[in-house]
Design a protein around this ligand. Structure first.
Ligand code: SF4
Ligand code: SF4
Length: 72
């Protein structure tokens, strides 16, 4: 069994810039079709099961709204 990472996005901090969506090599992330409280379409982890915990998305995020846990 391969080790899995974990990713969580705080949708209320996200400004919908898409940097994380573009950065993710596994296609885990996508932009939601509903607005957050700030009036942005936020990113969400649509395919969490594919996340490797590489943290490229979190490093790209200018709003520091992504948390990543690497595999044990
Ligand atoms: S940690 Fe890596 S694999 Fe997981 S969502 Fe972020 S960029 Fe994609
Ligand atoms: S990089 Fe950060 S602010 Fe930009 S869409 Fe992703 S989570 Fe939102």
């Amino acid at each position: 069994m391969s080790a899995k990472g974990k990713v969580e996005i705080n949708r209320e901090l996200c400004k919908g810039c898409r940097y994380c969506v573009i950065a993710c090599p596994k296609g885990v992330l996508e932009i939601e079709d509903s607005l957050n409280g700030m009036g942005y379409f936020p990113a969400r982890a649509a395919k969490k099961e594919l996340c490797t915990g590489c943290a490229l998305c979190a490093r790209m995020c200018p709003e520091v709204s992504i948390e990543v846990w690497a595999p044990d």
